[in-house]
Write a protein that binds this ligand. Structure first.
Ligand SMILES: Cc1ncc(COP(=O)(O)O)c(C=O)c1O
Length: 433
């Protein structure tokens, strides 16, 4: 352990005192000018663990070397090289979103910024929005719509249930909604909206544009933008694509773009104005300085997806997630979500009575250097199966760490049975992962 680190590699040294409390005595006169004393900061090496934790939570996920290398480069944000990179990013994004739309763009910022871009461009004050809410992220879309003045009706789904097409249709029927928001996978409680395609088509049939959050699902399961008549689809870099957080993707349909071009209300956002972003992404002009390293990383991540091909990638994710789920259950633990609407890309696990999810997570990172997620307020554990997380070697290490950590904090886990089941499912699908 390095000086200044705790056992799990985190920093134990108090960082410099609050910058708000200025101590006038701490200013030194140098070359006739007064300067504050530089803050006492520990080097990054003292903060980061000696051995990187295996990132098996709900994102960010491990990134391949090609992506990490691309992320270490800086190139000019304008000019021929960047134009070529941007062109290829769009071509590959079209493949991944399964669309031929000419309105595909990167977004500088987290997936939430891409969500906000969809909402603030399509929703004006008074726009009637139906938000299908089943958890934290679907409610975030609703809140974003409220913040830009949308007249928002929330369809609150029962706990651990997906949206049902007939339920959504009953609300859309009278044609009063102009925009519908929905998530494909609700990462917060691991529910999969399995009828997404039908729900999006229904919305379109009533003249309602649909906005789909595919943040934790894109490239882990089918998301056919064109076939399903999706109007705006969003994803982040740090999940299924196995890129870095901070550069996201968005695609608008022609119908959505027409609505954007015809909007009456001025755009309050400048960075997220889709028409301005289009200048950079489709017209080779300046909007703001793009995060070039992150765009290069995303390029490599998308290239790896294209190399693997979508069908092979979907098979790998489905198989790895099924093997992990089988292993967890064989250990004697319960999965959070019923099988028919269980998300593949993030697996929710109910923590046995009397055991704290927080303590299990702590033991996993401390003893086994594997990081998984808790949840927002629920005593559950979540293990990601997105991109590089869905590899056999990562599954063995994670499942072993989970069972051992549960035992270490006083719970029961049938480790041999769990590992044997993981092995059995993987072996029956050899060569997939
Ligand atoms: C389904 C879903 N939507 C949106 C987000 C927000 O992504 P970000 O944290 O990159 O803004 C997340 C993040 O976990 C997510 O899982």
């Amino acid at each position: 352990m390095k000086p200044g680190q705790t056992g799990d590699g985190r920093c134990s040294i108090p960082l410099s005192s609050s910058p708000h409390k200025r101590d006038p005595g701490s200013r030194r006169k140098i070359d006739g000018m007064k300067f504050p004393k530089p803050p006492g900061i520990v080097p990054l090496d003292n903060i980061l663990p000696d051995e990187p934790l295996l990132m098996m939570g709900a994102g960010p996920v491990p990134i391949p070397n090609k992506v990490a290398y691309a992320n270490s480069l800086v190139i000019n944000h304008l000019g021929d090289t960047m134009n070529k990179v941007v062109d290829q990013v769009k071509i590959m994004a079209r493949y991944v979103f399964q669309t031929s739309s000419g309105h595909v763009m990167g977004v500088s910022g987290p997936a939430s910024a891409a969500m906000e871009m969809a909402i603030c461009n399509l929703v004006e004050p008074g726009t009637r929005v139906l938000s299908i809410c089943g958890g934290l992220f679907s409610r975030r879309l609703a809140e974003m719509a409220v913040r830009v003045g949308g007249d928002v009706v929330r369809l609150e789904l029962p706990d651990q249930e997906p949206a049902r097409p007939e339920q959504v249709e009953a609300l859309l029927k009278d044609g009063r909604f102009q925009v519908m928001t929905i998530v494909q996978g609700e990462t917060s409680n691991t529910v999969w909206n399995r009828d997404l395609a039908e729900i999006c088509r229904i919305a379109k049939s009533y003249g309602c544009l649909n906005v789909v959050d595919a943040v934790c699902t894109l490239s882990t399961m089918p998301m056919e933008m064109e076939e399903w008549e999706v109007d705006a689809v969003i994803t982040g870099g740090q999940k299924g694509l196995s890129s870095i957080p901070g550069v996201s993707l968005i695609a608008f349909s022609d119908d959505a773009w027409e609505r954007i071009e015809k909007r009456n209300a001025p755009m309050a956002h400048w960075c997220l104005d889709a028409r301005l972003a289009d200048q950079f992404w489709n017209k080779q002009a300046y909007h703001y300085t793009a995060p070039v390293s992150g765009v290069l990383a995303l390029h490599e991540a998308l290239r790896l997806v294209c190399d693997e091909t979508l069908p092979a990638r979907f098979r790998r994710h489905a198989m790895c997630s099924a093997a992990l789920q089988g292993g967890v259950e064989a250990m004697g633990l319960e999965l959070l979500t019923p099988a028919y609407c269980r998300l593949n890309s993030v697996v929710g696990i109910t923590v046995p009575d009397g055991i704290s999810a927080e303590r299990v997570r702590h033991a996993m990172s401390e003893l086994y250097k594997v990081e998984i997620s808790g949840a927002f307020g629920l005593n559950i554990l979540r293990i990601g199966q997105m991109g590089e997380q869905s590899r056999t070697h990562n599954l063995f290490r994670t499942l072993h760490a989970l069972g051992s950590a549960i035992r270490a904090v006083g719970g029961k886990a049938d480790l041999p049975a769990g590992m044997a089941e993981l092995e059995r499912v993987l072996a029956s699908n050899a060569n997939v992962a």
